[in-house]
Design a protein around this ligand. Structure first.
Ligand code: PA5
Length: 428
């Protein structure tokens, strides 16, 4: 994977990095790398995620999915880190087997997904690390009922991935469901390359061994200098640009298959780094579509952002037919991918010309190996940035507060936060 930070080095623009800042940044990276390597060596919470390419057992996951591999569809019931990694993988490299995700608890959406599915041919993957998340459990209880209503033995078509205790684990044990472990020490948003992300990947025909091999190449590329390590270069430059006023980071892949990746990245960046009054606001965009909407703002709006442009170097060929209209002759015979690449380069140049810092991420082609590398490198970049900010990258106290408050409001025994919500309501 290639990360080009050249367009972030803007000596005269704000936000922009002065070239001499890279040297001091590199010293900070060396210290952070040491802490990360130490955390990995001890399998500490969070850092253990960077060991997943070595510790994940693809054979065990394939074996657990054995009965489901011929399913016509897979339904993930999970939210946040328990859903976005899987959605990213299957959207980018799945074989076309439908992957539905029930994450939100909007009744209209849940009903429409339930109505669309033929449960006799669907594998259901229920994922919750804590086993307590209200959205996931509510949706699963509805799915279970819908399966029974369709005359399907839900225990035959459900696989659970969870931690070592909690209500979901109890439910799975009570009904003798196959259970996979969320690996110890791996927070939800860092779990794409584990059981959490790889079960739907197997069912949708993805090459999970190649995904893990891609992750492994990312692990091998970690080194103490940002000049040698693309992942650290990205994390360090994003952090340093934020210090210079780039409080937003626009993730803009030029590949439809990576739209969900931008969503995954947004969670990773926001939930990991948004702490103690710090952290960039991630923005999801898609090239070339959003050139025709958001680019105006990125180029000419407030000077408060960096843009990350992402693309595969090689795409499927698709030639535009010749035309008899003279004004369109330049398109005839051109590959459609060349059009997308021209859009990419035009956006990059447009931003650079206006002094808006941007970073280019390029990989060979959108396949399992490159995707595994991309996911791994972004996780490593995020962990590195967390070290530079000095935040606790692997916790999400604000998210947990909301989860407890919602459960309390619904009548579970978590009253403290629910009381705070009630007080806030009555003060209005
Ligand atoms: O990254 C995280 O930790 C969160 O986004 C969780 O994945 C999300 O809240 C779901 O939690 P759980 O897997 O416990 O149901």
């Amino acid at each position: 994977m290639n990360i080009d930070i050249g367009n972030a080095l803007l000596d005269d623009a704000t936000p922009g990095l002065r070239t001499d800042r890279l040297e001091t940044l590199d010293e900070q990276v060396a210290d952070a790398h040491e802490r990360i390597a130490d955390g990995r060596a001890r399998d500490e919470f969070g850092y253990a995620a960077l060991n997943l390419p070595e510790t994940t057992d693809p054979d065990g996951i394939r074996e657990a999915c054995g009965d489901f591999e011929d399913s016509e569809a897979v339904l993930t019931v999970g939210i946040g880190g328990s859903a976005l990694g899987a959605a990213t993988i299957t959207e980018a490299i799945g074989d076309g087997t439908a992957h539905y995700v029930l994450d939100n608890v909007d009744p209209a959406q849940t009903e429409s997904v339930l109505a669309a599915l033929d449960f006799t041919e669907t594998a259901v993957h229920v994922v919750s690390r804590s086993g307590t998340t209200a959205e996931t459990l509510s949706n699963f209880l509805l799915v279970r009922e819908a399966m029974a209503d369709d005359g399907v033995d839900w225990t035959e078509r459900t696989i659970v991935t969870t931690g070592d205790s909690g209500p979901l684990r109890s439910l799975a044990e009570t009904h003798n469901l196959p259970v996979l472990e969320v690996p110890a020490g791996v927070p939800g948003r860092f779990s794409a390359l584990s059981t959490v992300g790889l079960v739907p990947a197997v069912i949708t025909g993805c090459d999970i061994e190649a995904l893990l091999a891609g992750g492994k190449s990312g692990a091998e590329s970690l080194s103490p200098s940002l000049f040698d390590c693309p992942a650290y270069a990205y994390g360090a430059v994003a952090y340093a640009l934020d210090q210079q006023g780039a409080g937003a980071n626009v993730m803009m892949p030029y590949a439809e298959g990576l739209e969900a990746f931008a969503e995954w990245f947004a969670q990773l960046w926001a939930e990991s780094l948004g702490k103690a009054g710090m952290g960039q606001t991630p923005v999801r965009a898609l090239g070339a579509t959003d050139q025709h909407s958001q680019l105006q703002l990125y180029r000419a709006g407030p000077r408060d952002k960096m843009v990350t442009l992402l693309r595969p170097a090689r795409r499927e060929p698709l030639t535009i037919p010749e035309t008899d209209i003279e004004a369109l002759e330049y398109l005839g015979g051109t590959d459609l991918g060349e059009v997308l690449d021209a859009e990419f380069e035009a956006t990059e140049a447009s931003l650079a010309e206006a002094g808006c810092p941007n970073v280019r991420i390029e990989f060979d082609r959108l396949d399992a190996h490159s995707l595994g590398r991309l996911l791994y490198d972004m996780e490593a970049a995020c962990i590195l940035a967390g070290e530079l900010y000095g935040v606790d990258t692997f916790t999400q106290p604000a998210v947990e507060w909301g989860k407890r408050a919602a459960r309390g409001l619904l009548g579970a025994k978590e009253t403290e936060e629910a009381q705070a919500v009630t007080n806030k309501r009555t003060r209005r």
